[in-house]
Ligand binder design. Structure first.
Ligand code: ADP
Ligand code: MG
Length: 139
């Protein structure tokens, strides 16, 4: 089992001033932040990151949203990190997200849903490598 996952505080949440509150939730839920940076994704980066959704009807709007302002990718560590983080953030659509989850409390809509979390160990490795080289990740 991999113990890392890739989180992104998305442009809606950064723009709404929720970065600190979301980081606090993450840390107080037992994750340690092993890498973090603030960046404004280029169109090419956003398209590549969400390439698996290329054929979905919301893809272009998603790319517009993810390039609309700065975001904060983070490499997080915890035992069973992928599943634990998905549980902490809640369902994709905040209307369906459980009480107390990050998306329930901070998301604006199914698209502007505050945070990203990797969906498998294979993707978490790929997604962490997308944003961070190995010498940028704490041991
Ligand atoms: P998750 O982020 O929960 O893993 P997906 O991988 O299915 O969800 O989708 C990636 C992102 O695309 C979502 O987090 C959200 O920002 C956006 N998205 C997903 N479904 C929709 C939808 N029906 N309409 C608009 N945007 C969507
Ligand atoms: Mg996903």
């Amino acid at each position: 089992m991999n113990n890392k996952t890739l989180a992104i505080i998305k442009p809606d949440a950064v723009g709404n001033g929720f970065t600190g509150k979301i980081m606090d939730r993450i840390i107080s839920s037992g994750f340690s932040i092993k890498a973090a940076r603030l960046l404004h994704l280029s169109r090419e980066q956003a398209e590549r990151f969400y390439e698996v959704h290329k054929e979905r009807p919301f893809y272009q709007d998603l790319v517009d949203f993810m390039t609309s302002g700065p975001c904060m990718p983070m490499a997080l560590e915890k035992e069973n990190a992928v599943a634990e983080f998905r549980q902490l953030i809640g369902a994709t659509n905040p209307v369906e997200a459980a009480e107390g989850t990050i998306r329930k409390d901070f998301a604006e809509s199914v698209q502007n849903n505050a945070v990203h979390g990797s969906d498998s160990d294979k993707n978490s490795e790929k997604e962490i490598a997308f944003f961070f080289s190995s010498n940028e990740i704490l041991n």
